[in-house]
Write a protein that binds this ligand. Structure first.
Ligand code: UDP
Ligand code: MG
Length: 317
């Protein structure tokens, strides 16, 4: 019998949070009106996380786990969970209890009202540094300006998805997965539920600055071609500026006896400026071409080292 509710939680070095997370999740799961499964995805943790997952699975038949063969990143770990989830309703949460499980019944309530996507929107981030809050705040607003789809601001991956939506997501072959973007892109009836984001229960943030930056660039590049157009615009501006400069230089050369064209200052400035513009443009192009290359290679999204608790084990990844 397949469960009605699936809960997906990616785990990367979360030995300090897993037991508390399980305690709070099982309190919520006990109150659900149907069979549940808790899918924990070990994203190549280096600590004792995988042992804890095995133990939980032994104790509680509702707990299933997947273990990726290395660290593939949060978005891919969630994708693996979505591939294996069997419930009619799937909820994605973080392991560190920043996404309070107690909100799930409210989300399910919205689902019962007919919404197929219920995403949680942060009204406040408690106890996160000003740098993180500032960069996140700016990024989500920039993304909203640039993206082709309307990606709601201040939403993370904490959401409820209907089976129909999960099927659509699973059918999407793309490798550079920015789940909160894909979730907006697919459409269906969506609604938000507001919440205050709690501080991390224990342990350190697993999203290093580098990972967050990579995720942000991925979000922008996957959902907008505006950066490509920026180089075109800058190029056009530079072309206009160069015509004006050429006229000015000719004027100076012909009509001004002691022209200010002495020294290399101007030449050097022009070279550096145009060099920088060109390098940035090539970089932007590279971001897109690199992604084309990733897609074309067609490698599987992840490799699985271990699976626990799925009776009908899927081989397709
Ligand atoms: N995570 C993961 N793989 C990674 C990084 C993070 O599966 O490479 C998981 C992590 O265990 C947690 C969630 O993604 O469940 C969110 O990570 P974190 O709390 O560190 O980031 P935040 O979203 O709070 O900045
Ligand atoms: Mg967190």
């Amino acid at each position: 019998m397949s469960p009605k509710y699936s809960f997906i939680i990616p785990i990367y070095n979360e030995e300090e949070t897993i037991l508390e997370m399980y305690r709070r999740m099982s309190a919520v799961m006990d109150r659900m009106d149907g069979a549940v499964e808790l899918i924990l995805i070990n994203d190549g943790s280096r600590d004792r996380s995988i042992h804890l997952l095995r133990d939980l699975h032994d104790q509680d038949s509702r707990v299933c786990y997947l273990s990726l063969a290395r660290n593939f990143g949060h978005q891919i770990a969630v994708t693996a969970g979505l591939n294996f989830a069997r419930g009619q309703v799937v909820v994605i949460l973080d392991a560190d209890l920043q996404d309070p499980p107690e909100l799930i019944p409210d989300m399910v309530e919205k689902w019962k009202q007919g919404y197929q996507v219920v995403y949680a929107q942060r009204t406040q981030r408690r106890q996160e540094g000003w740098f993180k809050r500032f960069t996140a705040y700016s990024f989500y607003r920039l993304l909203k300006q640039l993206a082709d789809v309307d990606i709601p601001t201040d939403t993370g991956d904490f959401c409820l998805l209907d089976r129909q939506v999960v099927e659509v997501l699973n059918a999407m072959p793309e490798r550079n997965r920015y789940i909160r973007g894909l979730r907006s892109w697919i459409g269906f009836r969506q609604t938000a539920i507001r919440f205050e984001r709690d501080p991390r229960f224990a342990g350190e943030v697993k999203y290093t600055f580098r990972k967050s930056l990579a995720l942000a660039i991925n979000g922008l590049v996957s959902f907008s071609t505006v950066p490509l157009r920026i180089s075109t615009y800058v190029g056009l501006l530079a072309a206009i500026a160069s015509i004006l400069m050429a006229l000015l230089v000719l004027y100076w050369r012909i009509f001004v006896p002691n022209s200010p064209l002495t020294g290399f200052t101007m030449v050097l400035m022009a070279i550096f400026f145009l060099g920088a513009v060109q390098l940035v443009s090539i970089g932007i192009l590279g971001e897109y071409i690199g992604r084309i290359y990733e897609e074309v290679k067609g490698r599987p999204l992840y490799t699985l080292a271990e699976v626990g608790g799925f009776i009908r084990q899927q081989t397709k990844v």
